[in-house]
Design a binder for this molecule. Structure first.
Ligand code: ADP
Ligand code: MG
Length: 766
């Protein structure tokens, strides 16, 4: 008996109506299989769709994995501090630990010992290769694999991993987007080991690899990745925060770090459907599709029972995450049918960002095993809720704790109000930057479109905090003490309510009790850009505050009075960004722009050029995060990505309309025409309205396709910005136009001829 896994060679020939298969097993025995080719029916979508449904409904559920103890799983694939402690000499371990915990530069002489320990551990886990993992400007993750193998002069091999290979790698980086920083003749890019993010084993069906998180820089030291600016922004924020904490009277101040907990939304679609949708395969979203009769109106999916098959998938994902030391904490159904969410517990921003990348990778690869395609796109289905990534962000340290925690004593209130005020100032001054770092072709479908959150950046504080800031504005803070009216100050502040922020889903930037939640971030995005922006604007505001406070104190002003004055200035000049109402409303959009002077940058082509504005250039340069060249390279790269994604989508629209929808429509039309003619012949008067509708829609669709094809052939643009504006103003509307007619056809053409899996099928059949 021949088993699939025993086939070492196979070949097929077709003679007349027969397929003849030839198999070879390891012992070189031949097997012949002859099968008759079934009668070929007219190609109809029905067949493949029915086949897909059959496959799905007859699918055997993957059994849930035997549940393992969390303690056994936890970080078992991570080279943790504990594992280092076991395997490294004491002084080496101390030095590495210090670097990880305080950010002090690593003493390079110890890299050799670490490398050997890391390699031995990795080999014990079955890895023969290591990879420097880095995070290029694409939102993705890149890896360069190298073997531990080292061939000796006598032909034998040993495994080898020197410190210098751990510390630095040299991938040929020329094919990664760099926005013109490097031309190919100077293509060298270096990866540098990020000691603060732990190395781990990535296990796939094809083997295990030791993965080392790294920063990716050019040979002249320019950041080519998303990690380098993040590390720099954290250092800048630490410096500024430490200054402020010192002014507030603290003497023992541990390094300040930002934290991030990102809630990831995603859709799951069965691969049997996804594989029949070129748009899902290549663009990650449906470019066609009529909304189903039942959408999310019933709100019955949100927090409903998780479908069994999905839960088995989620558990599989979580097991992988736990092994990688990623603290997956919540899971649930989201608002739309087929939409889900996973959120890990928050961690240091740098580690959280690397972990976020891993979460996205693991969501996708694990989905394949379970017969799903995981869609991270912000808007896979028109008319149905999109996916976001809420980035919860706070800053804190080991000595003062979370600096955005209102706390329950007046002293920490002053600290809180200063940091919270700094954020408010930053979001007001640099709101357009926050818009720019979440600008992608796919996120445009949420922001500024008729879906939350709006493209206008505002801060939600909640009514109680709003009240506190209002009182600061009036220069008279009423307290809960019997002193009546009182001035703000570390000794006299009232006790703030513990849960100072309620919920407001319509705000793009909301205070939620002890952190800010940046809700406008896209589900497919790396969280690095948003974190860099938040850390940087905070660093800028805290530096401004420290200067102010030091100036006042030097003049002999009392600390309390100085804080009061600086907070009043913040709220006087930047309070316009605070908005607690409904961010979706028309009134807000009008008021924000006309009365408050906030910018409404609806699309990526509107938002990305913000990166070229003088204030933004000097912000990044002044804080030491990105040089003008590095910033410009980001503008170029992100613009290019925008242009490419719209062009890919437009091409797909054309080809799907022409090669799938048009043939279905004309076939159906032929059927109708035959019927009408046949009936007429026997004297039956038959309604031709339907045929007319189909004919009109088909013609209109093809006219729009021609217009779109022509529009797409235009290549003469004065600037990248002009090119982007052209795509959003001319090309995107034509894509929508084609879709409108095509979706109209979907409502007319016989279901058994429709070639694309429908929304109903994709969203409801699991
Ligand atoms: P919700 O849906 O209520 O917003 P979730 O529990 O889904 O809350 O997600 C909240 C996220 O915020 C989690 O990742 C959590 O770890 C994170 N978080 C909580 N406190 C902080 C904090 N101080 N700083 C950063 N992130 C935080
Ligand atoms: Mg949330």
């Amino acid at each position: 008996m021949l088993h699939k896994q025993n086939i070492v060679e196979a070949t097929t020939i077709t003679i007349d109506r027969y397929h003849i298969y030839l198999f070879l097993d390891p012992d070189r025995n031949y097997y012949l299989l002859v099968s008759e080719i079934g009668e070929k029916k007219a190609v109809s979508g029905n067949e493949s769709r029915m086949q897909a449904i059959y496959q799905i409904t007859n699918r055997e559920l993957m059994p849930p994995k035997a549940s393992k103890r969390l303690e056994d799983l936890w970080a078992s694939d991570v080279f943790t501090l504990a594992k280092m402690q076991e395997s490294l000499p004491k002084d080496v371990f101390k030095s590495v630990k210090k670097t990880i915990q305080t950010g002090e530069p690593l003493n390079i002489s110890i890299a050799d010992s670490v490398a050997v320990a890391m390699k031995d551990w990795a080999i014990s886990k079955g890895a023969l290769y290591y990879a420097h993992v880095f995070y290029p400007l694409t939102n993705g993750t890149a890896e360069k694999h190298d073997g531990f193998v080292s061939v000796q002069s006598d032909g034998t091999v040993i495994s080898e991993f020197a410190g210098k290979l751990l510390v630095q790698g040299e991938p040929d980086g020329s094919s990664f987007p760099n926005g013109g920083i490097r031309s190919t003749f100077e293509a060298r890019g270096y990866t540098a080991w990020d000691v603060t993010s732990p190395a781990f084993i990535m296990e796939t069906d094809n083997g295990s690899t030791l993965c080392i998180p790294t920063a990716f820089v050019s040979w002249t030291g320019e950041a080519l990745d998303k990690k380098t600016p993040l590390l720099r922004s954290n250092a800048a924020m630490n410096k500024a925060a430490t200054r402020v904490l010192k002014i507030l009277g603290n003497t023992n101040i541990a390094p300040v770090n930002s934290s991030c907990g990102a809630e990831q939304e995603y859709f799951l679609v069965d691969t049997n459907f996804a594989n029949s949708r070129p748009d899902l395969l290549l663009a990650g979203r449906t470019l066609f599709g009529k909304p189903p009769a039942k959408g999310q109106q019933f709100d019955d999916h949100y927090f409903g029972a998780i479908p069994e098959r999905v839960q088995v998938y989620m558990q599989d994902v979580e097991e992988r995450l736990y092994r990688l030391g990623i603290p997956a904490k919540t899971r649930h159904n989201e608002v739309a049918p087929g939409q889900f969410e996973i959120a890990p517990y928050h961690e240091a921003a740098n580690v959280a960002t690397d972990h976020q990348q891993l979460i996205m990778t693991i969501l996708k690869t694990t989905a394949k095993k379970h017969g799903f395609m995981c869609l991270l796109h912000e808007k896979p289905f028109a008319g149905i809720n999109g996916s976001g990534k809420h980035v919860n962000w706070s800053v804190g340290n080991a000595t003062q704790g979370n600096l955005l925690e209102p706390g329950d004593n007046p002293h920490s209130n002053a600290q809180f109000l200063v940091f919270c005020g700094a954020v408010i100032r930053g979001v007001h001054k640099f709101g357009p930057l926050l818009r720019a770092v979440i600008a992608t072709a796919s996120n445009d479908h949420r922001l500024g479109a008729n879906e939350a959150p709006p493209a206008i950046m505002s801060v939600y504080l909640g009514s109680q905090l709003q009240d506190v800031f209002d009182q600061i504005k009036q220069g008279a803070l009423k307290g809960s003490t019997d002193k009546g009216m009182m001035n703000i100050g570390v000794d006299t502040l009232p006790i703030l309510p513990k849960d100072a922020g309620d919920r407001n889903r319509t705000s793009p930037f909301a205070f939620t009790g002890n952190r800010f939640e940046f809700r406008a971030v896209g589900s497919a995005q790396s969280v690095a850009g948003p974190l860099v922006a938040m850390n940087t604007i905070l660093a800028d505001s805290l530096t401004w505050m420290a200067d102010k406070l030091e100036g006042e104190i030097a003049k002999g002003t009392d600390l309390n009075k100085a804080i009061e004055a600086v907070l009043k200035e913040v709220i006087d000049n930047h309070g316009a960004v605070v908005f607690n109402g409904n961010g979706y409303s028309e009134e807000w959009h009008k008021m924000a722009v006309e009365e408050r002077g906030l910018r409404n940058l609806r699309t990526t082509p509107d938002a990305l050029p913000v990166l070229n504005e003088p204030e933004i250039i000097s912000l990044f340069q002044g804080m030491g995060i990105l040089s003008p060249v590095e910033l410009a390279s980001r503008y170029e790269t992100y613009s290019e990505q925008y242009i490419l994604s719209i062009e890919v989508e437009a091409k797909l629209v054309i080809s799907i309309a022409k090669t799938m929808i048009y043939p279905a429509a004309t076939r159906y039309l032929t059927d109708l025409a035959t019927t009408v003619a046949g009936l007429k012949e026997i004297g039956v008067d038959f309604d031709i309205e339907s045929a007319q509708t189909v004919a009109t829609l088909t013609k209109s669709m093809m006219d729009s396709v021609s217009k779109l094809a022509l529009a797409l052939s235009s290549h003469d643009f004065d600037s990248t910005e002009a090119h982007m504006q052209y795509l959003v103003k001319t090309v995107r509307p034509l894509m929508d136009e084609v879709r409108k007619y095509a979706d109209g056809l979907e409502g007319e053409v016989a279901d058994d001829m429709w070639p694309l899996p429908t929304y109903q099928e994709m969203l409801f059949i699991k």
